[in-house]
Design a protein around this ligand. Structure first.
Ligand SMILES: CC(C)(COP(=O)(O)OP(=O)(O)OC[C@H]1O[C@@H](n2cnc3c(N)ncnc32)[C@H](O)[C@@H]1OP(=O)(O)O)[C@@H](O)C(=O)NCCC(=O)NCCS
Length: 355
């Protein structure tokens, strides 16, 4: 992971420039991509793969198919706005994706928006990021959004970039990786340990009809995460949309849930298996309803998920997940399962002015 002290100028970090630098041919207010062509998407991928190789050396780069699916398939209540900036030789210089969500959470000034912005490593520190962020902020404000969130890897230029542009840090996350061949001995037996009053169940995609109401009730019973209050609620519609979106992209969403004898859904955990056959899965939500906490259900559900994964995708090698620092319990559960830290990120939020 590059540190703050790395060299950003292609030709040295002080003194006059020794080689000509191509400034991006960037209009003052670049227009979003309305109908991205195959060439636009492949240019987009060139920026992403170069940035990932630079910013997170050694980490696998997602496939072009996965990046394309992420840009072209979206949920019914969300809208994506894309910007692709090119340089004077038409080379791709920067990308930005603005995720607009349709509904505002209670007590918030407007629907939340999220931005993910990337400047190609060869074109950084030339003002592109600043101008692109101004464009994106303007678009989110015009769409009536109340906040704009963004996440940057801790200790990289992205953190300083956001912090010096009025974004306020709201959550720190630890990203973890579990190598499936590195699961500690004994974890395989955990799903068989009885938890009196509870049983495990599993499904793929949306919750089965018999559990739909109970699952929605469990989600409503979860407190907003202090980590990101204002943006994030355990919203049944959002969880349903995640399953719907996974199906549209061809990804598989697996859920393991703990059911109480009285019929309540006490907790659940989900893992996404990507459609492109990548050997990496993504751990999504894990939550236990407050009334059922303290019974070891998170570890129980997650160990059952690990037991099921090899059958679901035989060549799966690893799982990645991001855990907010205030979820100490979840961090401890993951460590027990063999997850190890990969990197830390900071989630920032900017309050947008009302129009
Ligand atoms: C963050 C990022 C978008 C900045 O793009 P950029 O084109 O270099 O940004 P700009 O040239 O407009 O602005 C650079 C500003 O960011 C900050 N910055 C950038 N690199 C920095 C560094 N190495 N050290 C300290 N501050 C840095 C400074 O405030 C700088 O302003 P200055 O040059 O006037 O001092 C780019 O580094 C990037 O793509 N990083 C990876 C993805 C990411 O972290 N995105 C941000 C979250 S969405």
């Amino acid at each position: 992971m590059p540190g703050v002290g790395e060299t950003y100028w292609p030709e040295g970090d002080c003194g006059p420039l020794q080689v000509p630098v191509k400034f991006p041919r960037m209009p003052a207010n670049p227009s979003p991509l309305t109908a991205p062509t195959a060439e636009d998407l492949s240019a987009w991928y060139r920026v992403q793969s170069a940035a990932l190789a630079h910013d997170r050396p050694g980490e696998p780069v997602p496939s072009q198919a996965a990046v394309r699916a992420g840009l072209t398939t979206t949920g019914s209540s969300r809208r994506l706005v894309l910007w692709l900036l090119r340089g004077s030789a038409d080379e791709p210089v920067a990308t930005a994706v603005l995720r607009l969500s349709g509904t505002a959470a209670e007590g918030t000034p407007g629907p939340p928006a999220e931005v993910q912005m990337t400047v190609h490593p060869a074109h950084r520190r030339l003002g592109t990021g600043s101008r692109l962020l101004a464009t994106v902020t303007e678009a989110a404000t015009a769409a009536g959004c109340g906040t704009l969130s963004a996440e940057a890897v801790a200790g990289t230029p992205g953190e300083g970039f956001l912090a010096t542009r009025d974004f306020v840090p709201v959550t720190r996350l630890t990203w973890q990786r579990l190598a499936l061949d590195g699961i500690p001995g004994g974890i395989g037996e955990l799903p068989d340990v009885p938890h009196p009053g509870y049983r495990l169940t599993a499904w793929e995609g949306a919750a089965p009809d018999t559990l739909t109401d109970g699952f929605a009730g469990a989600l409503r019973g979860l407190p907003a995460t202090a980590a990101d209050a204002g943006d994030f609620r355990w919203d049944p519609a959002a969880v349903h949309e995640t399953a719907e979106l996974a199906a549209r992209r061809g990804d598989r969403l697996l859920t393991v849930a703990a059911l109480h004898d009285d019929g309540d859904v006490a907790g659940y955990t989900t893992v996404l298996l990507p459609a492109d056959g990548a050997r990496r899965a993504h751990q999504y939500d894990t939550a236990v309803v407050p009334a059922h906490r303290g019974h070891g259900l998170a570890l129980w559900m997650k160990s059952e998920m690990l037991r099921r994964l090899p059958a679901a995708q035989p060549d799966l090698a690893e799982i990645h997940t991001g855990v907010p620092d205030d979820s100490r319990h979840l961090l401890a559960v993951n460590t027990t399962l063999g997850f190890r830290p990969l990197r830390r990120t900071v989630r920032f939020r900017l309050r947008l002015r009302r129009r």
